[in-house]
Structures are given as C-alpha cells and as structure tokens.
Design a protein around this ligand. Structure first.
Ligand code: FES
Length: 224
C-alpha cells in the first residue's frame, strides 16, 4: 500500500504503510461525519476513493451499511459515474473526450491510437501500472477538440500521430512539456462553435474562450 502511494507520488516522504484496517477506520470517520447529511453517498464515495485510491468491494459494503443503503444502490451509483473506479488505477489516468465536438474532430482516432500504443482497452491499466485509459463526455473545451486529459492536465487538439510523444512526457517526473491547461483552469470554449449536424463536420475553428464556469471532470460526469 505504501509502495503504491509512493509510486503515485514519488516526491512524498510521508506515505507510510497503512493497513486495510487503518483505511477502513478512516472510512468509518468519513461515514460518521456524513451519515446525517442529505445526499451523502457521492461525497462519501469520493472521499473513500481518495482514501483507498479506488473503491474496493469492502469499502462499498461498509458505505452501504453505514449510510443505510443497499449494496446494489451504492454499486449502481459507482458504475454510473466515470469518476469512480472499482479497480486500482495506474499512476497516470488518461481520459479521452468522446463528446460530439471531439468525436467529430477525431476523438475516436486518438482513442484508437492510445489503445494501440498502450496495448490496453478502455477501462484497463497497463501491466506496469503507469497508465489507465478511460473515456469521458465533454470537458467543456470543445473549441480545442479533440481533447484528452492526463491526470489534471488538458491536452488539446491532440493528433493520433502524436500520442506517443504526449505519453512520453509522463514517463519522467518532470511532467508534461506540452502546452497544457490544468483541468480546474479550463473554461468552457463552446462559444462560437456551430452545432455539429449529424453526418456533418461543421465546427468553427479557434472558438473564443468563454467566461463560463470552470469544467469539472469529476463525479458529475456520466459514463459514455
Ligand atoms: S466535446 Fe470534447 S471537450 Fe466538449
């Protein structure tokens, strides 16, 4: 467990061993804090994923019992939102946008290139636990499509021929050298976009960045 924490955050000097018992104790504290609040399930799941790194079955059962819900209800919520994962993720989480603008502008080709390069399918993690691959629906940066996120960084106008180059930047601890935007800094860029028509390719390029709300690639995003 401690080794996994250090792998995820090599600079961390405080990633001490935490047994499952200790992690469950932390989860119990979270449940106790939230159990009387309305709509507690999603924040508790988010906290649990922060504690474990993913959502193991033992945690889901604990949450169901603690919040007085059925296991199937809890598991259903977890499977509904792409943010949640019931399997350990890799050190770097790649999410490919398959929203309409990104799809029309080649998002699927980018996804295929990533799958081929990594040798994994959507929802899987590379054997060395370096990369996990997921899909998502619209990060609110449609004017910069096709868009992918890697961890908290947004890579825009990604070309299938460049995926190896992009991923190589995450092989070192130096982080991306590309011009990237932090996910929490992305502003909706749909203004000025023409609505893509079925079978058409009508999307204006270089759409202006709008002042709309920042994008959250969090639990509010449904699986596509
Ligand atoms: S459709 Fe991909 S960012 Fe909006």
């Amino acid at each position: 467990m401690a080794e996994q924490a250090k792998e995820r955050n090599p600079g961390c000097t405080g990633c001490e061993e935490a047994s499952e018992e200790e992690l469950l104790r932390r989860l119990d504290e979270v449940i106790a804090n939230y159990k009387t609040r309305p709509g507690a399930l999603i924040p508790v799941l988010q906290m649990a994923q922060g504690i474990f790194g993913y959502l193991p079955e033992v945690a889901l059962k604990r949450i169901a019992r603690g919040l007085g819900k059925s296991y199937s209800e809890v598991a259903g919520v977890v499977s509904f939102y792409s943010f949640f994962s019931t399997v350990p993720r890799g050190r770097n989480l790649i999410r490919v946008c398959l929203g309409t603008a990104c799809y029309v502008r080649g998002g699927m080709k980018v996804l295929e290139a990533l799958k081929k390069h990594l040798g994994i399918d959507v929802g899987e993690t590379t054997p060395d636990r370096e990369f996990s691959l997921e899909v998502a629906r619209c990060f609110g940066a449609c004017g910069l499509s096709p868009v992918i996120t890697i961890n908290d960084n947004v890579h825009h106008r990604v070309k299938p021929t460049r995926v190896a180059e992009v991923l190589a930047q995450y092989a070192s601890n130096d982080g991306p050298q590309d011009q990237v935007v932090r996910a929490d800094e992305v502003q909706a860029t749909t203004e000025g976009l023409e609505v893509p028509r079925p079978g058409g390719e009508v999307i204006a390029d270089e759409a202006p960045v709008g002042p709309s709300e920042a994008v959250s690639a969090g639990a509010g995003e449904r699986r596509v």
